[in-house]
Ligand binder design. Sequence first.
Ligand code: GMT
Length: 378
Amino acid sequence: MRIGITCYPTYGGSGVVATELGLELAQRGHQIHFISYSQPIRLTGPQPNIHYHEVEVSRYPLFDYPPYDLALATRMAEVSELYDLDLLHVHYAIPHSVSAMLARQMLAAKPRGRRLPFVTTLHGTDITLVGLDRSYLPITRFSIEQSDGVTAISQYLRERTLREFDILNRIQVIYNFVNCDIYCRDKQAAERRAEFANAEERVLVHLSNFRPVKRLLDVIEIFDRVHKKIPSKLLLIGDGPDRSQAEWLAVQKGIHDDVVFLGKQDRVNEKLPMADIMLLPSQLESFGLAALEAMACEVVPIATRVGGVPEVVEHAKSGFLADVGDVETMARYATDLLSDDTRLREMGKAARESAQSRFCTSTIIPQYEEFYRRVLGS
Ligand code: GMT
C-alpha cells in the first residue's frame, strides 16, 4: 500500500507512535510518505520505502496565525496525487483530520476525481483536553465522523470519545506497540548505566514532554523520598514547560546532584534499559507509551491508575499503580521493590513478558494493515 502519514513531528507520544508505525510498515514493504512541517524526531536518516514531504507555511504580514491546516491540506492532496497514495493516516485529530478531509474533497472534485480515504487515530489530549474545548469540539467531532476509519489507542479513549463526543462511527481500538527487538535490556546497558550511577546505586527514570499533565514535580517528590532510603539516581528524559520548576524543587530538596536532566533524546531505547524503575505519575494518560517502552526493557513502571494505564500495567504483576498525587504510596512501592533484588528482576521480566505478548509489533502492525484493507474495501 502507499500510505500518507501525518503527525506532530515534535516530542510527544502520538508523533512517536505515528513514526514507529511508518517505519514498521515500510519494513513490511509499504511505501510510506510522511507529510508534516518538520521531520518527525524518530525519523533519523534515509530508510528504504520512507519518504518525507515538508509542509511550507508561508508567512504574510496579514497572517497573525499562519494557516498551517490549509497548507497541510494542499500538500496532502498534492502528495496523494503525485505518488498515487491509497490513503492518508492522520495521528491526533486536531487539526490533521480536518486537513485530510479537505484533501479528500479536493481530489474528489478533480475532473477525473478519485477517492482518497483517510483514517484518524485518536491519541488522548486531542479528545480529553483540546477536543473538549468549545472552540474545537464541533469541528473535531465533525472531522472524526467524516473519517473513513477511526482508531483509538485504548478502550478508555474509545469509550470516552463515544461518550463525550456523542459520535456515531465505529471506533476500533488498536493498542500502541513496542518493537521488543529494539527495546530490550541489551549488553551495553550496564556500560551506559555506569556513566550515571555507581554499582551500589539504583536508577529511576522518567520520560515525557514535561507538560503539567505529567506531574513532573511528583516525580521529584517521589524520588526525594526514595533517595532518603536508597542510594539512587534519577534520569529525566525530555524537556518542556515544567523543567525549571522541577530543577528548583530538586535544588531545594538538596538532591540536585543526583537528578540528571538528559534533555530530549531520540534513541530512547538506549537510555531506558539503564534504569530499574520508571516513574509515570501523570494526571491522565490515555495509554502511557513510555510505560510500555520501559516494560519492554525490563524496567518496572510505577504509574497512576488513570485513563488507559491499567490496560497496559497490571498492578503488582508488571508494575504498580497508585492514585494521582499519592507520592507516598508510589515512593513506598519504589523503595520496597528496590530493596528486594530478586523481586525487582522478577517483575522486570514479567513486565517484558507482558509487553511482548500483548503489545509487540508483530501483534499490532497487522491490525493496522487489516484496518487499512477494510477501509479500502479490499
Ligand atoms: O502526553 C503526551 O505524551 C503526548 C500525547 C500526544 O498525543 O502526543 O500523548 C498521548 O498519546 C500517547 C501515544 O498514543 C499516549 O501514550 C499518551 O498516553 C497520550 N497522552 C495523554 O493521554 C495525556
